[in-house]
Design a binder for this molecule. Structure first.
Ligand SMILES: NC(=O)c1ccc[n+]([C@@H]2O[C@H](COP(=O)([O-])OP(=O)(O)OC[C@H]3O[C@@H](n4cnc5c(N)ncnc54)[C@H](O)[C@@H]3O)[C@@H](O)[C@H]2O)c1
Length: 564
């Protein structure tokens, strides 16, 4: 058996000018050939480290959040957190001061006190060091997900990271190790797991409506031409042609670099690392055409080695003999599509194209299976050769409506992507408030993101099969089936959450008066920090019949003095 160390020396030389901070191929990945398959090594779990499957942490009465990355995506998250009860927005951070400061309007409009603003390349470090933050919510570009998340975990913060959260295997293992060492949540913010069709279909899959699911498809097919020019351009000299981080990343990296929208929802339906696991993948890409054309049109120079093909397909086989097909195409003109398709032994689900009401194209079940699923067929000869008639599909989706949609769906419709973003954030906060395991853990993150590096290795070796590491390191078959966790005493937690938000609002007016009178960022931040302390006192008083701890009283005295 030939042992190979996968060192990127050649590639690093090729990309040494203007190289991104993150690459899909990590220098530390090792692998060897075995009978035509590339076997990727799994580093041993360091001694004394415990897995974080089903991790729970004590209930949080007040979820104190710091946001890092407020470009196109981040602001929506701030807006959503402003309307989730029981949340305190403590800090706002972006490389660009103006982007972070602009977010204050959401807090002001919600009647909440202002947050502290952090900016610059390393502003997030100070944010992560604050003792009064529980959760760091990250929506920076792909080069910075990892350093910010690492810093947050090292500082003992629960961490939620936009997709794709990690860009290579080294980053996967580092965040897994940190989450395990510190017993912290490190969640991938995969909003597509919360879209209406996906949630309902997951509910059906868990109830056995499709029998055993054998084949699943997912994708990110979205022509990004209207967006390429709007992605942030790192001013540190790494993007001299001002391509923007996303085009540059595609130029420098092969494989499916944005697999998680397609893979996340189907991985949940297939119980990945909850009774099954991905074992092998093969990736194949078309040549790159549109990306190099775009770069040439912008810069006048055709890139010599544009790595990402226009269309990449990845096939993944699981331990239990299932196959997942994932596609990525952000280049060519075609309708938006995440495919989302499940083929089971007894039924079929297929989301795209989406109908006008936002629901998917639908389901195919025969009369017997529909009856067995608890819905009376309206026609006796219903077969699964075609999609079921619309009214039958409505009856099916009503029967299997997701409790998450029932609770948050309508409220979230205007808050991004038809409601799925709000459902995701609400679930994250709900689980933290109720001391429940989060819907997505650090192993989901690694499994859904590793497709980039493993696919690049496959493509670079004549589309060979590549093994997928077991990121749980031996525990993939312990939990039986993916489940959303629910609290028994939800109403009590919600009442506390409402009090936490109301307590902060009592301070809003005065806080904004002082904020508006301040003339520098430093002064405005001093106001925000003072009001974070006052908010703590108000919250304690609201939750404990007017009582405030000695420690908080002292902090309040100090904060008032400092501001005079
Ligand atoms: N889940 C979804 O549906 C969805 C949709 C869009 C984007 N995203 C993801 O969200 C992330 C952000 O995308 P975007 O479209 O907002 O990109 P963007 O280019 O608009 O914003 C990136 C932001 O990160 C900031 N940033 C960079 N380095 C920083 C640092 N060191 N500290 C603080 N801030 C820093 C930049 O100033 C910029 O404002 C990406 O990971 C993207 O893939 C997800």
């Amino acid at each position: 058996m030939q042992m190979k160390r996968f060192i990127l020396a050649a590639a690093l030389v090729a990309f040494s000018v203007g190289q991104s901070l993150a690459q899909s191929l990590s220098p530390s990945t090792t692998w060897h050939w075995n009978e035509g398959t590339i076997v990727v090594d799994t580093p041993q779990r360091p001694a004394g480290q415990k897995n974080v499957l089903g991790l729970t942490v004590p209930k949080m009465q007040n979820v104190r959040v710091g946001f890092v990355g407020l470009g196109m995506r981040g602001p929506g998250a701030v807006e959503r957190f402003c309307v989730i009860p029981g949340v305190e927005i403590v800090a706002l951070c972006d490389y660009e001061q103006g982007r972070a400061e602009r977010m204050q309007k959401n807090l002001r409009n919600a009647g909440l006190p202002p947050a502290t603003v952090y900016c610059g390349a390393k502003g997030y470090e100070e944010l992560c060091q604050r003792p009064d933050i529980d959760l760091v919510y990250i929506a920076v570009d792909w080069d910075h997900h990892f350093p910010v998340a690492k810093c947050a975990l090292e500082n003992g913060k629960h961490t939620a990271i936009e997709v794709p959260s990690v860009m290579n295997l080294e980053q996967c293992w580092e965040l897994i190790n940190l989450a395990e060492q510190k017993q912290l949540n490190c969640m991938i913010l995969e909003n597509c797991c919360y879209d209406w069709f996906e949630l309902r279909t997951l509910n059906m899959a868990q109830a056995g409506v499709f029998g055993e699911i054998l084949h699943a498809k997912g994708a990110y097919i979205h022509n990004l031409d209207p967006f390429w020019d709007y992605y942030w351009k790192n001013p540190d000299g790494s993007d001299p042609d001002r391509l923007g981080w996303r085009m540059k990343y595609n130029m420098e990296n092969r494989g499916d670099v944005y697999a998680t929208h397609g893979l996340g929802p189907v991985a949940q339906a297939l119980n990945i690392h909850r009774g099954d696991r991905m074992t092998t993948l093969v990736a194949m890409d078309t040549k790159a055409v549109h990306g190099p054309d775009w770069v040439e049109a912008k810069t006048g120079k055709r890139p010599e080695n544009y790595r990402n093909g226009d269309h990449t397909t990845t096939l993944i086989r699981t331990q239990n003999g299932k196959v997942i097909e994932i596609q990525h195409n952000v280049m060519n003109p075609q309708p938006y599509n995440r495919l989302y398709q499940l083929v089971g032994t007894k039924g079929f689900a297929d989301k795209y194209p989406v109908r006008e009401n936002g629901d998917g194209r639908g389901y195919a079940l025969d009369a017997a299976q529909l009856q067995a699923s608890g819905v009376t067929p309206k026609i006796d000869d219903l077969n699964s050769h075609d999609y079921m008639p619309y009214d039958q599909q409505v009856a099916l989706t009503e029967k299997y409506e997701s409790p998450i949609i029932q609770k948050y769906g309508e409220r979230g419709r205007r808050l991004g992507h038809g409601g799925m973003d709000f459902m995701m954030d609400s679930r994250l906060v709900y689980c933290l408030q109720n001391g429940l395991p989060l819907d997505m853990d650090v192993y989901d993150m690694a499994e859904w993101c590793c497709v980039a590096e493993l696919g690049a290795i496959s493509c670079d070796h004549n589309f060979a099969s590549v093994t997928v590491p077991d990121f749980t390191r031996g525990y993939w078959n312990v939990v039986k089936g993916f489940k959303h966790a629910y609290a028994a005493d939800e109403a009590a937690t919600e009442a506390v959450a409402e009090k936490v938000t109301a307590a902060q609002k009592t301070l809003g007016e005065q806080a904004w008066k002082e904020y508006d009178a301040a003339t520098t960022l430093e002064e405005r931040n001093a106001v925000a920090k003072k009001y974070a302390v006052l908010a703590q006192a108000e919250i304690e008083a609201a939750l404990n019949g007017g009582k405030v701890s000695k420690e908080t009283k002292k902090a309040v005295q100090k904060a008032r003095k400092n501001r005079k």
